[in-house]
Design a protein around this ligand. Structure first.
Ligand code: NIG
Ligand code: FE
Length: 412
């Protein structure tokens, strides 16, 4: 997936029924601004050199000189290329057996405590080798692209040894994902306890991981890492120049929000178990709440308090959490549907949350997440004259074409 967009020639997407893009120039969007989407009808987007050159009404399009490829937008609506700011796309194998056990009543936490869950994917991922991991990320990236994701983050965290963690980060970068070091995902059996494993991560893995990754992440939860261990790991990561992120309040409120605010983290992700006090703390901070409704759905858990967060003024993003255990779902359009049906967000709030606000979490809101001049020319053409079909058509075949870096990356 392109990070630095370069298109060889100009592309004109003409006669679009609508262009919908988050309003304004700010990021992240909060409160009422989250739901403000500019909609232009009967419009065009002109792309050149991988970027948006101009956007406007068809009647204002002058004649264009030179070599211009055209894409017919009649009956279609353009939205910004979607940005998935939280995935675990670097894994081998699957967990379909565990899925069946959960369908029969076993809980995700029980399976994890019994050495299944994350650790079973760790075994498969260690065996895959770097080429195998790269193949896996390429395959998953293709699934994401087909769902409209033109920019994705992916975490390591299924290696949990030096070699496989570093190979995972390299595989993600090689496939043009934005890598996050999640060495602190689970405690592997090769270490005495979580403290010893955090020592190992800081001393043996982080110095090299920091040269590949852009951020570090930790799973703060009963049975994984506590606040003291999380602080030690994240402070070390910050020393190496990484942005900080946390998995917090997925099952229990374990102090992750307070730690995120204390350390000035980019994001705090999950929040399914967050109560009113946690909502207020996030809302007063510069930390973005990344909500993952596909994960709550997949594990049959309560949804995160999205409406309360937005109404309290928190910066909110949406992501898939794509992974083999808790969210085998790569589709941001489905996440948008869940946001509207389960989280109480409007289609406009959902769109801003998985475009400009997600780009902010990845430090890319200057270039990604809006259809605007000088932004990267990444677009989704929705197969309907009203852009809201993106969220409305639950699990539907709603994408007509995808433009990435000013070039048609996929079309039906
Ligand atoms: O974000 N909760 C921790 N990590 C992932 C799940 C990983 C897995 O089950 O493989 C998550 O949900
Ligand atoms: Fe996750």
């Amino acid at each position: 997936m392109n990070d630095t967009a370069v298109g060889p020639r100009r592309l004109l997407i003409r006669d679009l029924a609508q262009i919908a893009t988050p309003a304004g120039r700010e990021a992240p969007l909060r409160g009422a601004a989250l739901g403000q989407v500019d909609v232009r009808e009967d419009a065009y987007v002109l792309c050149s050199g991988g970027r948006v050159e101009s956007v406007g009404r068809m009647r204002d399009l002058g004649s264009l000189d030179g070599d211009v490829e055209e894409l017919d937008g009649r009956g279609l609506a353009a939205v910004p290329g979607l940005v998935d700011c939280h995935t675990h796309a670097c894994f081998a194998g699957d967990r379909v057996e565990e899925f069946s056990l959960r369908a029969g009543g076993a809980s995700y936490e029980e399976l994890h405590a019994a050495g299944g869950g994350i650790l079973s994917t760790v075994r498969a991922t260690r065996e895959a080798g770097e080429d195998g991991l790269r193949d896996a990320v390429r395959r998953h990236r293709g699934w994401m692209l087909r769902s409209g994701t033109t920019t994705f983050e992916a975490k390591s965290g299924y290696g949990l040894d030096r070699e496989t963690e570093l190979a995972s980060l390299r595989a993600i970068r090689a496939e043009r994902g934005i890598p996050t070091f999640l060495g602190a995902h689970a405690v592997p059996p090769d270490h005495a306890d979580a403290d010893a494993y955090v020592d190992f991560l800081i001393d043996e893995v982080l110095p090299e991981a920091a040269g590949i990754a852009e951020a570090a992440d930790v799973f703060l939860e009963r049975g994984a890492f506590d606040v003291v261990q999380g602080r030690r790991y994240l402070e070390a990561a910050r020393t190496h120049g990484l942005a900080l992120r946390l998995h917090a309040d997925q099952f229990t409120e374990a102090g992750g929000i307070e730690l995120a605010v204390e350390l000035g983290a980019r994001s705090v992700d999950h929040l399914e178990a967050t109560g009113d006090d946690g909502v207020a703390v996030v809302a007063r901070s510069d930390v973005t709440a990344v909500l993952l409704p596909a994960s709550a759905l997949f594990l049959s858990r309560a949804m995160p308090p999205a409406r309360a967060l937005v109404d309290a003024g928190a910066a909110v993003a949406l992501a898939t959490d794509f992974n083999p255990g808790s969210a085998f779902c790569e589709s941001l359009p489905i996440v948008c549907s869940l946001a509207c049906t389960q989280l109480g967000l409007s289609p406009a709030e959902a769109l801003s949350a998985c475009t400009v606000n997600a780009a902010h979490v990845l430090g890319r809101a200057e270039a990604k997440g809006r259809i605007a001049p000088a932004h990267d020319a990444d677009l989704v053409l929705v197969d309907a004259p009203d852009w809201r079909h993106l969220a409305y058509h639950l699990g539907g075949d709603v994408i007509a074409a995808i433009v990435q870096g000013g070039q048609v990356a996929w079309r039906r």
